[in-house]
Design a protein. Structure first.
Length: 368
């Protein structure tokens, strides 16, 4: 039989007595809920595989985070209702099991999900901004599907209901126009216009004339809004502007991003094109490469005046970029995601680099 010495017993007793005394000195943590401040100028969403990070580009400070599914093509906001909308896909066992596709609705003040609308389980789960589009009426949201055929799910985000699925064979992306219509790029070299009625059901469908050759020089599925419609760009760097007037589709004559004495440059990356609609400035990530290098990141950003159709500046980059976006403020910022996961902010008028923001691998950006 072993006995503690008086010294060892003292140590044991003092240690035992000290535990409750130390615990009593710990101040209980108070649980509180923070609410989002009013959005400032040049706020943006950085969508990553982990969620949607909200930043102030003017300061570089993070304002909040949306906990999105890892399979989220895009996220957008409707300021009048102070809500975010995201197309999300979930698998019950993480990587296998039952699939559920939804449109999730998040409250702005607390960034919490407040509703979800179940949609058909064949949403295109690619990180492409124009695979989801909120109509200009702020009510009807369109989500691009691939099953493998193309279709579009229409959701009423105001009444929180799925409306129906529009079959759109051979046509992809969603470019909202007018109040409740959207354009699509089609594989036969045309554009398609889908016009919705007040309830969100299709009431008319129109196709344009052929304006590009899908074999020789196809149009990208990455597009950007212009002042009157949308800019589209081909693999070789020809720019078209598409707009609508009632049931008519208007497509401008194409013009080239490349000066006559500079061959071998091409647009490319992920979300590589963005325009400031009111100022008429177009930003495009460019690289030197052969045909079929459209996924290569841009080594430079070229800036164009769309009224004169001339390049006005070249931003040389230390690290090639995959995605970019210009905010729509009077003093806009150019937000750039490089291939190594860094996010950079430039003054979009002077083209001066202002700051680098630490984000976990941004795939695209969304303006407020």
């Amino acid at each position: 039989m072993r006995f503690h010495t008086p010294l060892s017993m003292c140590v044991v007793l003092s240690f035992t007595l000290c535990i409750p005394l130390a615990s009593a000195q710990i101040t209980p943590e108070e649980i509180s809920t923070e609410t989002m401040p009013a959005p400032g100028t040049n706020w943006f969403i950085s969508k990553t595989s982990n969620g949607g990070y909200i930043f102030d580009a003017s300061t570089g400070e993070m304002q909040g985070m949306l906990s999105l599914s890892r399979r989220t093509p895009a996220v957008t906001m409707w300021n009048p209702r102070r809500e975010f909308y995201a197309a999300e896909s979930y698998i019950s066992r993480g990587v296998h099991g039952e699939r559920t596709d939804i449109v999730a609705i998040y409250d702005f003040d607390n960034l919490r999900p407040v509703a979800e609308v179940v949609i058909p389980n064949h949403m295109a789960r690619l990180s492409v901004r124009n695979h989801m589009g909120l109509m200009n009426n702020g009510r009807h949201l369109a989500v691009h599907n691939m099953n493998p055929g193309h279709s579009v799910s229409i959701v009423d985000v105001q009444d929180r209901v799925f409306i129906y699925e529009v079959s759109t064979p051979g046509c992809a992306v969603i470019m909202p126009v007018a109040e409740s219509d959207f354009l699509q790029v089609c594989g036969d070299g045309t554009l398609q216009l889908i016009q919705l009625d007040l309830s969100g059901f299709e009431q008319n469908r129109v196709r344009s004339e052929v304006f590009f050759n899908v074999i020789d020089d196809a149009v990208y599925d990455r597009t950007t809004r212009s002042a009157d419609g949308w800019f589209l760009v081909t693999h070789a760097g020809t720019i078209y502007e598409a707009s609508t007037s009632g049931a008519s589709i208007n497509i401008s004559d194409g013009w080239s991003l490349l000066p006559e004495d500079e061959e071998g440059w091409r647009p490319g990356g992920d979300e590589f094109i963005s325009a400031h609609q009111q100022l008429g400035l177009l930003f495009v990530a460019m690289h030197e490469g052969e045909v079929d290098t459209h996924h290569e990141p841009g080594t430079e950003i070229w800036v164009f005046d769309v009224d004169t159709r001339r390049r006005i500046y070249r931003i040389e980059l230390e690290t090639p970029v995959n995605s970019l976006m210009v905010t729509q403020e009077d003093e806009p910022k150019l937000i750039v995601a490089d291939k190594d996961g860094g996010t950079h902010v430039y003054d979009a008028l002077t083209f001066v680099h202002e700051r680098t923001i630490e984000t976990p691998g941004a795939s695209m950006f969304e303006d407020f």
